[in-house]
Write a protein of this length. Sequence first.
Length: 270
Amino acid sequence: MTGELIFLGTGTSMGVPTLGCECAVCTSVDPKDKRLRPSILIRWKDDAAVRGNERSVLIDTGPDFRAQALAVGLRHLDAVFYTHSHADHILGFDDLRPISFEWYRGAEAIPLYATDETRQTLEHVFAYTLSPRATYTNRARVRIETVVEHNAVHGVDFLPVPVMHGDLPITGYRFGKTAYLTDVSSIPENSFKLLTNLDVLILSALRHKPHPNHLTLNQALEWAERIGARQTWFTHIAHELGHEATNKTLPLGVKLAHDGLRVEIELGCA
Ligand SMILES: [Zn+2]
Ligand SMILES: [Zn+2]
Ligand SMILES: [Zn+2]
């Protein structure tokens, strides 16, 4: 089964342009230099006739989620997977409200897949929605599911891939022959067995200058070479990296992604 992956945002936590900055990338007229906060959408069609046959799974709800959802005409979500609980990955949570309401979903709440650490932060930040005592009537109709080894969404298996983000263990995901690893500073040895035989690898690559919590472009290139996917796309990109200029320096099979980029992916077998 094939599906489509859409890069909703490819920017780092501050987005590009970065507020207050007048550098060449922040003032660039190339639309590929405009980067919203990082998120992807995975879409496919199945044979089931539950609310149509269009399936949509989102990874992370960053602060730009509403604008991103409007840009792709998102009307329905079957699940959200969270990588971790930093603001650039969760603060669009409240904009799940309209698409979680009954007129789209019937009685079923949207499942949000999260680790215990991410769940705790979501429950704290969004207590008015997620606390058992929440009384806010317009709250999002969602339920948190703990990420396990295999997480099936309408026949597609989402596997968590543990990665490190500085000192923080966070979660990447593999689905079919694609893996999405954002906010990576290193990949534990044990995770490589989940990254074999990939068509598409999406990996974060922040900038050239070292950062304690993120891979530089050169470090990301080393991991990408070791994983050896057919095509690697870099994401979570800061304003130091101009799209065209950086892409000219990258080897065959590796490119910076950009907002709105669509990639056909194989979802059939992991
Ligand atoms: Zn981030
Ligand atoms: Zn800048
Ligand atoms: Zn982060």
